[in-house]
Design a protein around this ligand. Structure first.
Ligand code: NAG
Ligand code: NAG
Ligand code: ZN
Ligand code: ZN
Length: 322
């Protein structure tokens, strides 16, 4: 069902965005971790009107993450041209990531695009139109102190959520763990995630008891793993919106739950907390310190919910009245 997949983006305002299913990738590379950085390095400095071999891949990347209409293609076989439509998509990307909106592939833009990230598409139109409304409200009332313009949390189209507050998860059986992570460590990351959400909102998140059907099913997977959304090399994980309950992590990534974490490793606890946010109904935010920010940095641990995450989750699942 379309509403159960949040890889779908609805757009009402911008030409380049429409309702898109996730792009299915069939290609696997020998050195998957360099897939995106390779084509991006060659594109640095490029702007509208120029051509480059990496442009089709850039177009693919922007489609995959919600910045370009999935159906868009050039009808003149000039796939390597940095055209106007691609420039608007790059500008939308730069706006979402709070970069200078130049439409040019400057080094800052390339740097952000090269980062490993969540496989779930962003929702730039929803996030940016909400921000605009807020800024107009501030301008109109002059009451800057009373309007929180940093709050940016977002939900999936139609605001899907669980109809109850006790959410039970279970680790899929027969999965292959990545190097350096075993089942005990994965369960620790899930347990920490459950505790953090349970402390900050009305939900109670725990492992499903034996014999009880779980709401959330989770595990590590590689590449094309049968749900229609193959992992790209730079994907950390992905999850489906409520009430699907599937939450997957990329077994080809270098994850760790150690404190401190290695300089090239990704914090598995952070990643689990992020994907669980999707499972509960949160979409990506523009707030850099939020768990629901789409990209991750190696060597960095993030194991708390930001104010933005907490406002999002308590808006979706309000505390009962006293
Ligand atoms: C934006 O442009 C200004 C002026 O050129 C520069 O100083 C700044 O570092 C740029 N910021 C980003 C995020 O690229
Ligand atoms: C999982 O890995 C940790 C850390 O290396 C280790 O201490 C623990 O014994 C392992 N658990 C199992 C069940 O292999
Ligand atoms: Zn995400
Ligand atoms: Zn999956």
């Amino acid at each position: 069902m379309a509403t159960s997949l949040f890889y779908v983006l609805i757009c009402l305002l911008v030409l380049v965005v429409t309702k898109l299913p996730f792009v299915v990738e069939t290609r696997r590379l020998a050195h998957p971790k360099t897939q995106y950085s390779n084509f991006l390095t060659d594109l640095e400095g490029l702007s509208k009107g120029q051509t480059a071999k990496g442009i089709p891949e850039l177009r693919h990347y922007l489609k995959r993450y919600g910045y370009l209409n999935n159906e868009y293609s050039r009808d003149d076989n000039n796939e390597e041209l940095y055209d106007e439509v691609l420039e608007s998509a790059v500008k939308l990307y730069q706006t979402f990531f709070k970069l200078n909106v130049t439409g040019k592939l400057d080094s800052e833009t390339i740097k952000v695009m090269s980062k490993p990230r969540c496989g779930v598409a962003d929702n730039p139109v929803q996030v940016l139109s909400k921000r605009k409304l807020k800024e107009e409200a501030v301008d109109g009332t002059q009451q800057h102190n009373f309007i929180n313009i940093v709050e940016d949390y977002a939900f999936f189209e139609g605001k899907p959520k669980w109809p109850y507050t006790q959410i039970r998860y279970r680790v899929d059986s027969g999965i292959q763990y990545p190097e350096g992570i075993n089942e005990t460590q994965f369960k620790t990351a899930l347990e920490i995630t459950g505790i953090v959400y349970t402390e900050n909102c009305v939900l109670q998140i725990e492992e499903a008891l034996e014999g009880h059907p779980p709401d959330v099913r989770t595990g590590f997977y590689r590449g094309d793993h049968g749900d229609g959304y193959p992992f790209a090399a730079s994907t950390l994980g992905h999850a489906f919106s409520p009430t699907d309950g599937r939450m997957h992590f990329n077994a080809d990534q270098d994850f760790s739950i150690n404190d401190p974490i290695g300089p090239n490793q990704y914090d598995l606890v952070w990643t689990v907390m992020h994907e669980f946010g999707h499972v509960l109904g949160l979409a990506h935010t523009q707030v850099g310190n939020a768990i629901m920010y789409p990209t991750a940095d190696p060597g960095v641990m993030k194991r708390y919910l930001s104010e933005d995450d907490i406002q999002g989750i308590t808006t979706l699942y309000p505390w009962p009245p006293f």
